[in-house]
Design a protein around this ligand. Structure first.
Ligand code: ATP
Ligand code: MG
Length: 641
């Protein structure tokens, strides 16, 4: 089918289009209205319908594929590898659901999940969905303060946790962090349900802490039916990554999410029932929600849940899993690819990857050299896709399940069906309709199914943060309705073929003597120099020019900048690269060399932290920074000035 038609129809015949997609999932009661947009920018999808995410992910497959693998758990940290069939998953989810009910969880209650990548985490998410409790997964890497603020926001009845996680063979005890967080939080959960992996002994709080093994043992054949929930019933809340500031609590529905995921598995991720999906993300992130747990299972696929590093025991580990489980679709992040890039590419070639239809990458910009490197190393198609925690599934991608499309490295592709993506001039608010014009990436409302309903308990923040209202014009004496535009806060450009290129966050647009430049453009230019492994560019306030670009470079071989003369010579070379490619206005005022960049645990560059230090401001919350030495090095460079 012609993709342009498919996309157009998703917008011009919205209800008919989504009504067809709704057939991809089971409904207990079919919806009576496809989209209620009577109160913009709030959109309600599949109104009047009742369904259940857990039913669609688990129960409905029992009739056709009970003994097929559903969840494949692989931990290179503990050496455990175990496959759960749909039948076994069904039993485990019911045991967890019965336990939560036994602990007093009711429909609409929140359950906070603070867990490592173990099967019980997925059981807990699905169990919540089953009984209509709202889960709020907090990434296991977060320490007490971040966790406490999320406890206070979600106000959970029960917290499900585990004794410990493990990273690179090092046990990370969770229970002391959780105890401390509960102490710090104003809200106190009634119960804490502990999964004891036997990794790290912990203290139990009398009357509050419960042992999951004991609860589970008591209910071998428990039956807990799925609660039929309104399509608009919230399924979960999840925070954005906090790259640009205070994280936002995203609230997602039930029916719209099920339909959006089912359709994306078909049209974007090329997943069919009976096949195997492998996403290397973590359940603490949106990718983990959509494409480790719900998406693949809704599609009737086996999903691999992996605990461990990409390079341990060696750089071949992921690819050995692709071969062993005949993975057809794989999903990872550019940051993981950059980790692999530092390894011998031969490790990626050791295994038979012929089952793999494509490797999907998302979460941050995928620069062309990195895309080219992984494409050459794997010999399989690489598909970039762009989205946000807020949307829950891709905004930009290639929909190869609709029509085969060619990748353009550096671009996450075209607007995905259901998304009315536009570019807006930041200054005038005018839509940029021509090719190659730079602007803010916005989505005209309503957002398609599966996207955020609101900010948890804060409708006003949802409207104020994301939406701009554009007054309707009078056409032939008729007042046109107002339009509502959702801002992604990303800056981009679209080429003549409709492919978008993300140029950076709107915060990362710098204004040098009146010229607007995306930090990403300067980063890409610097990356093309053979010595550069990674680079971050930030705009720093400057009295003369308004802002200047400051570049921080990690070299492939640090010895090139080991002496002051070497560093100066290389700095000059790099500036020349930018001069030649983008022009002198884009030339960074300084290029500094460091051994690591400040990133979040999910690999997102914390430019706001770098920028704050460069401008002598307080960088704020550093608890999400993966490698504190990166921050230290930048501080030292600036103290030494
Ligand atoms: P916060 O909103 O709290 O500052 P965040 O935006 O990093 O955090 P996420 O929702 O995890 O939180 O990330 C979405 C953002 O990641 C996008 O808005 C975009 O900036 C970036 N991004 C995601 N995928 C891509 C991609 N394929 N190419 C370029 N950028 C991407
Ligand atoms: Mg964001």
């Amino acid at each position: 089918m012609d993709y342009a038609d498919f996309h157009r129809r998703s917008l011009t015949e919205r209800d008919a289009f989504w009504s067809e997609q709704a057939q991809l999932v089971d409904w207990h009661t079919p919806p009576t209205q496809i989209c209620d947009y009577s109160n913009p920018p709030f959109a309600k999808w599949f109104v009047g319908g009742t369904t259940n995410l857990c039913h669609n992910a688990v129960d409905r497959h029992l009739a056709t594929r009970p003994d097929q693998a559903a969840l494949i758990f692989v931990s290179t940290e503990t050496g455990i590898e175990r496959t759960y069939s749909f039948r076994e998953l069904h039993a485990e989810v019911q045991r967890m659901a019965a336990t939560l009910l036994g602990l007093g969880v009711k429909q609409g209650d929140r359950v906070l999940i603070y867990m490592p990548m173990i099967p019980e985490a997925a059981f807990a998410m699905l169990a919540c969905a089953r009984i209509g409790a709202i889960h709020s997964v907090v990434f296991g890497g977060f320490a007490s303060v971040s966790l406490a603020s999320r406890i206070d926001d979600a106000e959970p009845t029960v917290i499900v946790s585990a004794d410990a996680g493990s990273r690179g063979g090092k046990v990370v005890a969770y229970k002391p962090l959780l105890d401390e967080a509960i102490k710090l939080a104003v809200h106190k959960p009634a119960k804490v349900l502990m999964v004891d992996r036997g990794l790290s002994p912990f203290d139990r709080v009398e009357g509050r802490d419960e042992d999951y093994a004991t609860w589970r043992d008591g209910q071998a054949d428990t039956v807990v039916p799925c609660a039929w929930l309104d399509s608009t019933h919230p399924s979960y809340t999840l925070y954005t990554s906090g790259t640009t500031g205070k994280p936002k609590g995203v609230q997602r529905d039930t029916g719209g999410y099920a339909v959006a995921l089912a359709a994306s598995m078909k049209y974007i991720y090329l997943g069919n029932a009976g096949e195997t999906y492998f996403s290397t993300s973590d359940i603490g992130w949106v990718v983990g929600h959509s494409y480790i747990v719900y998406g693949p299972l809704i599609a009737g696929m086996a999903t691999i849940m992996y605990e461990g590093l990409p390079i341990r025991p060696d750089a071949a580990i992921w690819w050995s899993l692709v071969e062993k489980y005949k993975v057809t679709s794989m999903f990872s992040a550019p940051t993981a690819v950059r980790v692999l890039k530092k390894q011998d590419p031969a490790a990626l070639k050791k295994h038979d990857l012929s089952s793999l239809r494509a490797l999907f990458l998302a979460g941050e910009p995928l620069d062309e050299p990195t895309a080219q490197w992984i494409s050459d190393a794997l010999g399989r198609p690489i598909i970039d896709n762009y989205w946000q925690t807020e949307t829950g599934w891709p905004i930009l991608s290639l929909c190869n399940g609709v029509e085969k499309a060619v990748s353009k490295f550096g671009s996450p592709g075209k607007a995905v069906y259901g998304y009315d993506v536009k570019l807006i001039d930041e200054g005038t608010g005018e839509e940029l309709k021509g090719a190659n014009q730079k602007g803010v990436v916005v989505i005209e409302g309503p957002l398609p199914p599966g996207c955020m309903q609101t900010v948890w308990r804060d409708d006003e923040r949802f409207v104020k943060t994301y939406w701009t209202r554009v007054r309707g014009k009078v056409v032939d004496g008729v007042q046109q309705p107002d339009r509502h535009l959702y801002s992604t806060f990303d800056w981009g450009v679209r080429d003549a073929d409709g492919y978008y290129f993300i140029l950076g966050r709107t915060d990362d647009v710098i204004n040098v003597a009146g010229h607007r430049l995306g930090t990403r453009e300067i980063e890409e230019s610097l990356s093309s120099h053979a010595s550069v492994a990674e680079v971050a560019v930030v705009g720093v306030a400057d009295q003369l020019k308004g802002q200047v670009a400051m570049a921080f470079v990690v070299l492939k071989d640090a010895s090139r900048a080991a002496t002051p003369e070497g560093a100066l010579a290389l700095e000059g070379e790099l500036m020349k690269v930018v001069d030649n490619q983008l022009g002198a206005v884009a030339r960074p005022s300084r290029v500094r060399f460091i051994s690591a960049l400040p990133k979040t645990r999910s690999g997102k560059m914390l430019r706001r932290v770098i920028q704050a230090i460069c401008e002598g401001r307080d960088p704020g919350d550093l608890s999400t920074v993966e490698d504190p030495t990166a921050v230290q090095q930048i501080r030292e460079l600036f103290a030494a000035r």
